[in-house]
Design a protein around this ligand. Structure first.
Ligand code: ATP
Ligand code: MG
Length: 432
């Protein structure tokens, strides 16, 4: 059991009650850590993120790097992206940059673009850590202390000041990172009810960093888990998909199962995982994780989600096949049904991704038909990118069943040949 005692940190229940703090001392005082203490080197920071912070400071605003990037730098990892938090209002941020877009209604922020890269800039916000009701909008501006206090976990509540090269800590996140512990900022019961997606995020950081979870947070997780159904499905799906891309998805899905979230969110997957064939889902995730950890390109989301559906679909088709022979058209219908059923009723997989999944799953039964057949000598290869994704999935299957490796090579060869022809003929069209 991943969540057994050894990972439970000694309960260190933190209430960051702003009224309490500001009452006595006038202002919440941060701890400041210098470069020799935090060991973050400025050279690890994206130069465009530094430009954004410097531009804001030059315009007379306060600005810091914040959240996941500071946490990752502190843990010696490479941040995926860099976020900036500032005293400037969205309307004040926009004119300072050549390409800047204001986005979001629930959470209004600025996207500053540098080529394809985006630096997210958000204005300091005031949260309400004591109100249990679900947060629907979060656009009340505040000061920097209020901004960290409304964040989810202490390790995500750190600022980095690039000029002074200091880490500014209002919530004891620095110490928690050193102790490898995940603590909510405020009462976990309240914070999870306010935004149940935080529970999924907690498990995501547990899977990613292997940190212990504060006792109270575990209790709250068990008590509040059904609240997850009140969250917006696209937000939960986004956290889920991001986790599948990060190299620790197997551990994450095991945690979701163990804490009861899979039964609530994807009951079909949860019950399948309890069967012997269910192991195959974890095995696929293990291969995906190994590939992502090697730094190879991330699999498409349709391929990642198919890791859950394929074993279920194959078991289903094998049962049907015992009653009657099935052709590819029927298999496609069944794939559509299983994709809908597996991720319903909570998640609504975007239609485009679902359609690609149906196509790549159906192709698996061309590669390995239900009735054993030899690979055709010169098979028809559809001129679509979906077929490349079907091959990506066949690659994962070949890692799971090494006897498929040769088949994968053969189909890959046909596909490359077809691609070459496609390029030659499109060049011919262009030159005609
Ligand atoms: P990742 O590395 O997966 O991006 P992250 O912590 O950076 O992890 P983001 O979604 O990029 O996650 O969020 C950036 C920051 O915003 C977080 O570090 C945290 O401070 C804050 N945050 C994100 N989601 C929430 C939430 N649901 N409640 C409170 N604060 C949040
Ligand atoms: Mg982030």
């Amino acid at each position: 059991m991943i969540l057994k005692n050894k990972i439970l940190a000694k309960s260190k229940y933190k209430f960051f009650n702003l009224r309490e703090y500001t009452g006595k001392r006038g202002k919440l005082q941060p701890k400041i850590y210098t470069a020799s203490e935090h060991k973050i080197s400025k050279s690890q920071i994206d130069p465009d993120a530094l430009t954004v912070v410097e531009t804001l400071i030059r315009a007379g605003h306060k600005a810091y790097l914040v959240g996941g990037c500071v946490r990752d730098l502190l843990l010696g990892q490479t941040p995926k992206d860099f976020d900036v938090s500032t005293s400037a209002l969205p309307e004040e941020i926009k004119p300072l940059f050549r390409r800047c877009f204001l986005i979001g209604r629930r959470f209004r922020l600025a996207h500053v673009q540098f080529g394809r890269k985006i630096i997210e800039v958000s204005t300091f916000r005031k949260g309400d850590n004591e109100n249990e009701s679900l947060i629907l909008r979060d656009n009340d501006w505040g000061d920097e202390a209020e901004d960290v206090i409304r964040r989810d976990f202490t390790i995500n509540g750190l600022f980095y000041h690039p000029h002074e090269e200091t880490v500014i800590d209002y919530v004891n996140g620095f110490e928690d990172a050193k102790k490898r512990t995940l603590c909510c900022i405020g009462s976990p019961f309240v914070r999870f009810k306010q935004d149940p997606v935080r529970m999924i995020r907690l498990l995501k950081f547990r899977a990613r960093f292997g940190f212990a979870i504060d006792n109270e947070a575990i209790k709250a997780l068990v008590e509040c888990r059904k609240e997850i159904l009140k969250s917006s499905p696209p937000r939960v799906l986004e956290e889920f998909l991001r986790m599948l891309e990060l190299g620790t998805s197997e551990r994450f899905v095991k945690l979701l199962a163990e804490c009861g979230f899979l039964t609530i969110l994807v009951p079909g997957v949860s019950s399948f995982l309890e069967k012997p064939a269910g192991k195959e889902i974890y095995n696929f995730l293990k291969h995906v994780d190994a590939i992502h950890r090697r730094g190879e390109p991330t699999f498409a989301r349709s391929v990642l989600l198919s890791c859950f559906v394929f074993p279920i679909l194959r078991t289903h088709l094998q049962a049907l096949h015992r009653q009657k022979t099935m052709h590819l058209g029927e298999i496609q219908e069944e794939a559509r049904f299983i994709v809908d059923e597996t991720f319903g009723p909570f998640f609504q997989i975007p239609k485009k991704i679902a359609a690609v999944m149906v196509s790549l799953l159906t192709s698996q039964f061309r590669f390995t038909p239900l009735i054993e057949k030899k690979t055709p000598r010169n098979p028809k290869i559809p001129a679509s990118d979906e077929f490349a994704l079907a091959l990506d999935f066949l690659r994962l299957r070949a890692l799971e069943e090494p006897e498929l490796a040769k088949l994968y090579e053969e189909w890959n060869y046909f596909w490359r040949k077809k691609e070459k022809q496609r390029k030659v003929s499109s060049e011919r069209v262009r030159t005609q």
